[in-house]
Design a protein. Structure first.
Lengths: 243, 307
């Protein structure tokens, strides 16, 4: 669900990264919809209608043809002038439950140059995992969020908080979103308070995806308990660690 | 290769040990098998002497270290040894546990390990002998020995009152032994959120001055068990914590349908997505795990020893 004005550019950009986007669009595996046709289809924001739309997408993904649903929506339109905007974070929390129940993965993007500070705070609080450059601002928000991923000035990622069974789907989706095309993607674990086995498996899968694309995932400064469990489960043979 | 064997050697003297183990190891080396002998330093040097030049091809480990910690840590050592071998040749294992000084719950899990060895080591390439020093072996273990080893080698067999049982039947029998009641006052909470479980443990660990890294590992063990309880239970479960100067104990109880495979989590699962990783991880990361399960629910008790 993206900005109508940039749909074509966004698709071109995806195609650049070796994915035959238009082919998958033809087969129905990829659906691209505009903000105007989804979030704002009634002129303003209608939480009930959007929840119904998401339910329908989840249902459609549960047939025999597909293995699941990955969804991304651009919410940079969100501002206090939009009718029905008060229902936005109720909607975010409602679909969070749907995703938890069905195992769907979703990433909501908020352009911090365009949405106001109140929106950013609400967005941080309504999600189980957050990816942002605005490290301090996000970390200072009274968090309901379990996990924050920040992108540092040098392009590396830092994890803050906790990963467990309740947010591992979001964690994996956030990792997918946060990595870019650099050859070596460093993920700093210094500030990670907790990660469970499923979270380490998500890192392992991310390392494999990057390896398939000729890139490397490097974990920096894991806490001692992470190092120990990685060695106990031989994950240290499949995940590269420094520091 | 003669097919999988798992025998117990009950010996009354040092000579009797060497007379069985040296040919077992020496014939293995001659046949191109890989041989590991895990025993006391005294037994090892007697076997080395008897083997002469062949001893260089045998891996020796001190049983006091090899069997330190829990059965799952020991199993991991054996699996690592097996994994490190070239594909060709049979594998011969001689292992000797020191049964002395173990508590009842420890003896129970070690016996379970011996019984499950019939499954975990089952391969036509493997021959396993467990040696038992009759001079030091507690008499109470004789039934356990017979119940867990298909074959017993001894110059004079101890009196036999039980037959070797299938691992699942034997596990069911061990599960009838109740968990010991908590030794002191307990803190009990019902949880639906894994964070609450980790916070509760963190508070206890801090109060008891437990090192942060150890508490972190134990938190992961407890978290995996609590995750299982929420997933397979009824979306809420009970956490009970108690302890004394020697250990911290955490117990997770759910009212789910129970664990159907008694072997689950006693070995590394066969694939990444397979069931049992949480329990296997918990068994490796805590000092001890006990589990009781039936159709009305599952209780898992984890111990962290305080040094």
């Amino acid at each position: 669900m993206t900005n109508g004005a940039t749909v074509d550019r966004d698709l071109d950009q995806l195609s650049d990264e070796a994915v035959e986007v238009r082919h998958y669009r033809d087969t129905g595996q990829l659906a691209v919809k505009t903000v105007e046709d989804t979030y704002l289809s009634g002129g303003g924001f209608d939480a009930e209608a959007m929840i119904a739309l998401i339910r329908e997408e989840v249902r459609a993904s549960q047939g025999d043809e597909f293995t699941g649903l990955r969804l991304t929506g651009d919410l940079s339109w969100a501002n206090s002038a939009i009718a029905g905007i008060d229902g936005l974070f109720d909607y975010e929390r409602a679909i969070d439950e749907i995703y938890q129940e069905t195992g769907a993965m979703a990433v909501c993007s908020y352009d911090t140059r365009r949405v106001d500070a109140e929106m950013v705070t609400g967005a941080v609080q309504a999600h189980r995992s957050v990816v942002s450059r605005r490290r301090q601002e996000v970390l200072d928000t009274p968090l309901l969020t379990l996990l924050v991923i920040t992108r540092d000035a040098d392009g590396g990622l830092s994890l803050y908080g906790e990963v467990d069974d309740s947010n591992v789907g979001e964690f994996e989706a956030a990792l997918l979103t946060a990595v870019d095309s650099r050859a070596e993607q460093v993920v700093d674990l210094t500030h990670l308070q907790f990660i469970d086995l499923s979270g380490l498996r998500a890192l392992e899968r991310q390392a494999e995806r990057l390896a398939a694309a000729g890139q490397r995932l490097v974990l920096a400064s894991p806490p001692a308990f992470v190092t120990r469990v990685m060695s106990m489960l031989d994950l240290d043979q499949r995940l590269e660690v420094v520091g | 290769m003669t097919g999988f064997t798992h025998s117990a050697l009950v010996y009354e003297s040092d000579n009797e040990f060497v007379d069985t183990v040296a040919p077992f190891a020496g014939d293995g080396v001659t046949a191109g098998d890989h041989v590991v002998v895990v025993t006391t330093p005294a037994n090892a040097s007697a076997v080395r002497e008897e083997l002469g030049d062949l001893a260089g091809a045998v891996d020796f480990f001190d049983s006091a270290e090899w069997y330190s910690g829990s059965p799952w840590q020991t199993l991991r050592r054996y699996l690592q040894w097996l994994d490190g071998l070239p594909p060709e040749g049979g594998r011969r294992v001689l292992g000797e546990q020191a049964w002395i000084g173990r508590s009842d719950y420890e003896a129970t899990e070690w016996l379970r390990y011996e019984s499950f060895a019939n499954v975990t080591f089952d391969s036509p390439r493997n021959s396993v002998i467990c040696s038992w020093d009759a001079r030091r072996m507690p008499e109470s273990l004789i039934d356990g020995l017979y119940a867990t080893h298909p074959e017993v080698i001894a110059s004079e067999l101890p009196e036999r009152s039980v037959q070797c049982a299938s691992p699942n039947a034997f596990a069911a029998e061990l599960d009838r032994r109740p968990l010991a009641p908590p030794a002191g006052p307990v803190a009990e909470t019902t949880f639906t959120d894994l964070r609450d479980v980790r916070r509760a443990l963190q508070r206890e660990a801090q109060q008891r001055g437990i090192d942060g890294d150890r508490a972190g590992e134990f938190a992961l063990a407890l978290n995996e068990v609590a995750t299982n309880a929420l997933k397979h239970g009824l979306s809420e479960a009970k956490l009970t914590i108690w302890g004394d100067g020697r250990e911290l104990v955490c117990e997770v109880a759910d009212a789910g349908p129970g664990v159907d495979d008694p072997l689950v989590g006693h070995t590394p699962p066969a694939g990444r997505g397979k069931a049992g990783w949480g329990l296997w991880t918990a068994r490796l990361l805590s000092d001890w795990v006990e589990l009781r399960s039936n159709e009305r629910g599952t209780v898992v008790r984890l111990r962290l020893a305080l040094n």
